[in-house]
Design a protein around this ligand. Structure first.
Ligand code: SF4
Length: 62
């Protein structure tokens, strides 16, 4: 699947500006899996397995 390598989500392009970051997930403008909820909700770290955390509102879906 393009954009996913192993168990990591890979986003391409320029990183978001820390000064003018977009609403919701700061990666949604260049994430191939972005949905409307990625723009609407702020992301926070969630448990993603043993000793792992991830910040993605679609965690568990992709
Ligand atoms: S929340 Fe997850 S799926 Fe949505 S844009 Fe961010 S990294 Fe992509």
């Amino acid at each position: 699947m393009r954009g996913v390598e192993r168990d990591s989500l890979v986003v391409r392009g320029e990183p978001p500006s820390p000064i003018d970051s977009p609403a919701g997930c700061p990666f949604h403008p260049r994430c191939p899996f972005a949905q409307e909820k990625c723009r609407a909700f702020d992301v926070r770290l969630l448990p993603a397995g043993p000793q792992r955390e991830a910040a993605c509102v679609r965690l568990g879906e992709i």
